[in-house]
Each structure stands twice: as structure tokens, then as C-alpha cells.
Design a protein around this ligand. Structure first.
Ligand SMILES: [Zn+2]
Length: 391
């Protein structure tokens, strides 16, 4: 199933009861989300030939650049509760196959095992329009691990929030990230030799040298290749990541001639961290490096302040909403009676989901956001009846 989401979610829910409907036309400068849906095929390179492999692609398009994420995994029961895939289970195929690796660029190690190997909920679209926001939740045996990915209009990077919620009967003792990139070009695979570097606000390290991160100072990591520079007509352009220093306890970067692997240890008690991912496809090393120097601090401040809750939920005051809807129902008089069962069901479901959402259950929060997005029809009917009955 392929869907393109162009539902503007600004000015929705409470406001929509009292004000006019938002325009059906997507205003310029909005973020679109394209959900490519899940596809199941026979494994060739992904796993044992003949096993069935599932892949789900979803794209955030800021208008300036598109980032595609891919959740992959083998469905064969021989793997137990894991869903492995040879090139990784969570990848970023756009804007470049290189840079943040298309097959798998991120592992979230909980107690040493990768959460993205486990069952993932279908990626969910939480917002389009003024922001593009999607969510993926993996069922690690010790914790639900959720990732929200956001783009802003004309944005060049993806803002991410990662959370881990320990299960009632489990303890989360360690949490770590492993990020894999191939800056600008797949050197070894194409029989070429590059000159990889990783630069932070503090140091610039060449490949082969160990880079131990200083959490408070190495707020961003910029990965580039001096040979594969767009300025020389070579490669796709560099990439970068911005970290949340408050949750990082230690880290290191292994700058290989092919893959560059970044290991980040997180405070398991923090329960969450944030990061921003940059793929500078099309930019020269000089331009991308300058971007990080000039804008990383602002980007980090925005990331720290960002509210990652879905728009309809952010604006929701259940008591106010209930009072307004109940008032409209009364004003709609006899015309409202046919709608009462639907309204009651909406309010009951909302009351059921809200406490779980407030407690940090992302699945409940996404369910609540969808419920609110689906409710305008009935609220508009109610409002129309209320107006008719006032005359
Ligand atoms: Zn398999």
C-alpha cells in the first residue's frame, strides 16, 4: 500500500470546532510524508535464500531535501523473536545510499542487544504540513524503543528523539547507539581509496586515528572525505550528526577507510535522547563544514526545545474538549441525537488513551493523535446542527 499524506494538522481539533476548516490545499513550504508501505519478498542477499523479508520505506520531504528511512527484517520463524537482515535493519536510502548507510545506519543497543532487530510497529505518520513527523517503535525484550523523526519546512536535517521504556519485569542496564556512515562514497566496494575525516567542534581526526569523544564538547560530528569532495567532482557530499550532550556518557569514533562507526554510550536512567542527522548530498566539504560551524549551535537549541508530541495531542485539553463537544451536542438538540453514540465513543476512547499517552506510551499517543485526526467529520456535523438549532 502506498500513501501520500498531505493532511495539514495545524489548527485542528479544539480550534476546528469553533473556526473554519483548514484549506484542503497544501500551502507552500509544508513538509510531506510519503509512506511507501510494507513490501514482502523472497530473500536473496538479505538472509537465507527463500526466507521472506519485509521492508518498509517512509520518506520525509521538507521541500528542500527528502530523507527516506527503511525498516527491514526477515520474517522466517527460525529467527525466533528477531528479524535480522544482512545489511542492517534500519537504514537511510535517501538522500544518498552512502553517508548514513542505506541498509542500516543505526543500532540501539539495550543491554547489549540491538533493538532494531526486533519486531517494529508499522511506521506511523503523526504529522504533515507545518512539520513532518513519523514514529517507529521496536519491541526489545527489555524495553519498548521508540524513535520519532521530524523535518521542518525547507529543513536540511532530520530531528530525532529516541526513547526507551523498560518493561515492567525487565531492567535496562545499558543503552548505546551505533551509527554507521560511509562518508560521500563507498570507497572499498568501488576499488577506490579515500581520505576519511571526522571533525568535531574540538578536533579534526583523520582515518586510522582513534577519536574518543568528550561528551560536553563534541556536540556534533562531521564526517567527510578529502578525496571524495563534490568540489573535486567526486562523491555525493559529506554527512554529520548532532548529539544531545545531556544523555551522552562516553563515545568514540572508529574512522575506517570504508565504514566510519560512531559508538555513543547513553545514560540508561535518562530514558531518552535526541539527535539530528544531516546528509549533505550535493554540498562541497567546505560548504557543509561551514554549515556545521555556523548553524550547529542554533540547530541544537531548536532540537532541545522541540516538542515531539503529535500536534493534535499537544493542543489537547480533554476536559475542555469534552465540555465543548457536550455543549455542541446539547445545542444540536434532536439533530444531535443520531450522533450521540459516535460522540460518546470518541470521548470514551480519548479518556482511555490519554493517561497512557501522558505516561509516555507512544503507541497510545499515536492512537490518540489518529483518533483526533479522524474526528473532524463528526464535529463539523455537530457544529452545523448546533448552528441550525440556534436559529
Ligand atoms: Zn531469515
Amino acid at each position: 500500500m502506498t500513501r501520500t499524506w498531505v493532511v495539514p494538522v495545524s489548527a485542528i481539533v479544539i480550534g476546528m470546532v469553533l473556526t473554519g476548516p483548514s484549506s484542503a490545499q497544501e500551502p507552500a513550504g509544508d513538509v510531506a510524508v510519503h509512506d511507501g508501505g510494507a513490501k514482502v519478498s523472497r530473500a536473496t542477499w538479505e538472509c537465507t535464500p527463500g526466507h521472506e523479508v519485509r521492508k518498509h520505506r517512509i520518506t520525509l520531504d521538507s521541500g528542500a531535501v527528502r530523507y527516506t528511512f527503511m525498516v527491514s527484517g526477515c520474517l522466517d520463524p527460525s529467527h525466533g523473536d528477531q528479524h535480522p537482515c544482512n545489511e542492517g535493519t534500519f537504514g537511510m536510502p535517501d538522500p544518498s545510499l552512502a553517508n548514513w548507510y542505506w541498509g542500516g545506519f543505526m543500532k540501539v543497543l539495550v543491554n547489549g542487544t540491538n533493538a532494531t532487530l526486533y519486531q517494529a510497529e508499522e511506521p506511523r505518520v503523526l504529522e504533515t504540513g507545518a512539520r513532518g513527523l513519523i514514529q517507529i517503535v521496536w519491541a526489545h525484550p527489555a524495553a519498548d524503543v521508540g524513535l520519532r523523526l521530524m523535518m521542518l519546512p525547507a529543513g536540511n536535517h532530520v530531528l530525532a528523539e529516541l526513547v526507551w521504556r523498560p518493561r515492567a519485569d525487565a531492567a535496562v542496564e545499558t543503552v548505546a547507539l551505533r551509527l554507521t556512515c560511509y562518508p560521500s562514497f563507498f570507497t572499498t566496494a568501488r576499488q577506490r581509496t579515500g581520505e576519511r575525516h571526522c571533525r568535531t567542534p574540538r578536533v579534526d581526526m583523520a582515518e586510522g586515528q582513534p577519536l574518543k569523544l568528550v561528551p560536553g564538547e563534541d556536540a556534533w560530528l562531521y564526517y567527510y572525505d578529502r578525496v571524495f569532495d563534490v568540489a573535486n567532482g567526486e562523491g555525493d557530499g559529506p554527512c554529520a550528526v548532532l548529539l544531545d550532550p545531556s544523555a551522552v556518557t562516553a563515545g568514540s569514533v572508529s574512522i575506517g577507510g570504508y565504514a566510519v562507526t560512531t559508538a555513543v554510550d547513553l545514560d540508561p536512567e535518562a530514558g531518552r535522547t535526541r539527535l539530528a542527522l544531516y546528509d549533505f548530498t550535493g554540498l562541497s566539504n567546505a560548504d557543509a563544514g561551514e554549515y556545521m560551524e555556523q548553524h550547529a549551535a542554533d540547530d541544537q537549541a531548536r532540537l532541545a526545545e522541540m516538542d515531539f508530541r503529535p500536534g493534535p495531542v499537544r493542543g489537547l485539553d480533554v476536559a475542555e474538549f469534552t465540555a465543548e463537544v457536550t455543549g455542541l451536542l446539547a445545542a444540536a438538540a434532536e439533530d444531535g441525537e443520531a450522533l450521540k453514540p459516535q460522540v460518546d465513543e470518541l470521548l470514551a476512547r480519548m479518556a482511555e488513551l490519554k493517561p497512557a499517552a501522558d505516561e509516555g506510551d507512544w503507541t497510545a499517543e499515536a492512537d490518540l493523535a489518529e483518533l483526533l485526526l479522524r474526528s473532524p467529520d463528526i464535529l463539523w456535523k455537530l457544529k452545523a446542527f448546533a448552528v441550525l438549532n440556534r436559529q
